[in-house]
Design a protein around this ligand. Structure first.
Ligand SMILES: *Cc1c(COP(=O)(O)O)cnc(C)c1O
Length: 431
C-alpha cells in the first residue's frame, strides 16, 4: 500500500518521479478556451491523438496521391502487408501470438463474426451468459444472434447480476453461477472491464470455469485493451474483440481488433462468414470460386483493410510497445490509487465509488456517484475544462490514463470536483 499525501508538493513529487512522464509530450492535449491544457480523464471513451498519427496518415495520403494502386506494393509501407507489423504490436498489448490476432472491422461487427463461429446452440445447450447492465451494443448483438438461431432471448440470455445492494460482481458468485448453469450455456461473453463500473474481471478464472462446463468463452475487451495486462493466449480464452479508439488511442471509429485462440486456428469446420481477405494469401489473387480460409485469426477477415485507419493505429501502438503494458499498468495502479485517496480525503457528502477498491479488480477508471446533484457537478466540470463522462442515471466515470495523464491532472480534478460538490469555492480553471 502506498502512503499518499494530499498536498500539492507531494503531487509534484509524484509527477517528478514518473518514469513514463515523457509520453505525455507525444500526445495532443485538448485546450480550454483560455488556452490551457484540459484535464482530460476521458481516455476510456476516446483516447487522445498521438502526435505520430498525423505524419503517419499523411504518408499514406502522399503515397496514394503519387503512386495510386502501386501503393499496394511500393508505398513506403506497402499496403498489402501493412497489417503485419500492426498485428505483432497489438498481439503484445493483449498477450497473444501474432497469428492469433487481426485488426479488422468495428468491435460489434467482430462480435457478430465471432458468434457466427463460436455460438453454436443445440436444444440442450443454447444459452449465452453476459454480465448484467452490459454495454447496449453487446446486448443487441447477443440478442439478435439468439433470435437468428431461432431461440428466445427471454430463455436464452442469462445475466450475471450483483448481489442486492452491491454495485459489482463477486468472482465466487460468477464461478458458482457458471458451475450451476454451465450445462445449458453455449457461450460466455463478458466485458473484460465492465464499462459502467470499471470492474476488471478475472478472465483466467472465468475461462477455466466455462471450459470445465463445456462452454465457449469470449471477452469484449473494449475497456480492457491497453488498460489491463492481458494474457489471452495463456488464459486459454476462445476469442476476444476490442475497439481501438478508447485506451488504444487510434482515433474515432478506428479499426477494431480480434483474437482467436491458436487452438481454433485450423478449425475450418466451424461455420464462418467469408470474404476474399480471409482467403489463403498465396492464392487470394487467383480469384478462384472456392473459399479456402487462412489459418489463424486472419482467416476471419472479410474485406481489404482501411489503411488510413491502420496508419493511425500503428503510430499509437508503437507508443505502447515503447512504454510496455507492465510499466503502464504499474503507473496506472498508482495513479488511480491516488485519485481514490484524494476523493476519500476530501470527505465529500454523498460520494460513492462503484469501482472495486482492490487494484486487481479494476483498470484505471473509477466510477462515482453522488447522492444528489451529480449532473450539476458534472456540468461544472465540463465548463471548467475537466473532461470526463456522464452515464445515466447518475454515474461520473473518471479515467486517468497512464500514457498521458499526470498526477496533477488527478489533483486538479479532485480540487474542481470537491469545490463543485461543496458548492463553495468558485472553481478556478485547471492548471
Ligand atoms: C465502446 C464499446 C462498444 C462500441 O462498439 P463499436 O462497435 O466500436 O461501436 C461496444 N461494447 C463495449 C463494451 C464498449 O465499451
Amino acid at each position: 500500500m502506498i502512503k499518499y499525501k494530499a498536498d500539492a508538493n507531494y503531487m509534484r513529487r509524484l509527477d517528478g518521479e514518473d518514469k513514463l512522464a515523457r509520453f505525455r509530450k507525444q500526445f495532443h492535449i485538448p485546450k480550454t478556451k483560455a488556452g490551457e491544457d484540459c484535464v482530460y480523464l476521458c481516455g476510456n471513451s476516446l483516447g487522445l491523438q498521438p502526435k505520430g498519427v498525423e505524419p503517419a496518415v499523411r504518408q499514406e495520403l502522399e503515397d496514394w496521391k503519387t503512386l495510386g494502386v502501386e501503393g499496394h506494393f511500393h508505398a513506403k509501407h506497402p499496403w498489402l502487408p501493412y497489417h503485419e507489423p500492426l498485428t505483432s504490436l497489438v498481439a503484445g498489448v493483449v498477450g497473444a501470438k501474432p497469428s492469433e490476432v487481426v485488426m479488422m472491422n468495428g468491435l460489434t461487427v467482430n462480435l457478430h463474426l465471432m458468434m457466427v463461429s463460436f455460438y453454436r446452440p443445440t436444444p440442450e445447450r443454447f444459452k449465452i451468459l453476459i454480465e448484467g447492465s452490459s454495454f447496449p451494443s453487446d446486448r443487441y448483438a447477443v440478442e439478435s444472434q439468439i433470435r437468428f438461431h431461432g431461440f428466445d432471448p427471454a430463455a436464452a440470455l442469462l445475466e450475471l447480476k450483483p448481489r442486492e445492494g452491491e454495485a459489482t460482481l463477486r468472482m465466487d458468485d460468477v464461478e458458482a453461477f457458471i458451475d450451476k448453469e454451465g450445462a445449458s450455456i453455449a457461450l460466455i461473453l463478458i466485458g473484460g472491464v465492465q464499462y459502467y463500473t470499471g470492474q476488471l474481471f478475472d478472465m483466467a478464472r472465468i475461462t477455466k470455469a466455462g471450459h470445465r462446463r463445456g462452454c465457449m468463452v469470449g471477452f469484449d475487451l473494449a475497456h480492457a485493451a491497453g488498460n489491463a495486462v492481458l494474457d489471452l493466449h495463456d488464459w486459454d480464452v476462445d476469442f476476444a474483440c476490442w475497439c481501438s479508439y478508447k485506451y488504444l488511442n487510434s482515433g474515432p471509429g478506428s479499426v477494431a481488433g480480434c483474437f482467436v485462440h491458436e487452438r481454433h486456428a485450423k478449425a475450418f469446420n466451424l461455420p464462418r462468414f467469408a470474404g476474399w481477405w480471409g482467403h489463403d494469401k498465396t492464392t487470394r489473387f487467383k480469384m478462384g470460386p472456392e473459399f479456402r480460409p487462412m489459418e489463424g485469426a486472419e482467416g476471419w477477415q472479410l474485406s481489404n483493410p482501411p489503411i488510413l485507419s491502420f496508419a493511425a493505429s500503428r503510430a499509437s501502438l508503437e507508443l505502447f510497445r515503447e512504454a510496455g503494458m507492465e510499466r503502464l499498468r504499474e503507473k496506472s495502479e498508482k495513479l488511480t490509487g491516488y485519485l481514490e485517496f484524494l476523493l476519500k480525503e476530501a470527505q465529500l457528502p454523498g460520494l460513492k465509488i462503484l469501482t472495486p477498491a482492490n487494484p486487481a479488480e479494476r483498470g484505471c477508471q473509477l466510477s462515482i456517484t453522488l447522492e444528489e446533484g451529480g449532473r450539476r457537478v458534472f456540468d461544472v466540470l465540463t465548463t471548467t475544462g475537466v473532461v470526463c463522462d456522464w452515464r445515466e442515471p447518475d454515474c461520473i466515470r473518471i479515467a486517468p490514463v497512464p500514457l498521458y495523464n499526470t498526477y496533477s491532472d488527478v489533483f486538479n480534478f479532485v480540487r474542481v470536483f470537491a469545490a463543485a460538490v461543496g458548492g463553495k469555492a468558485k472553481p478556478k480553471a485547471a492548471m
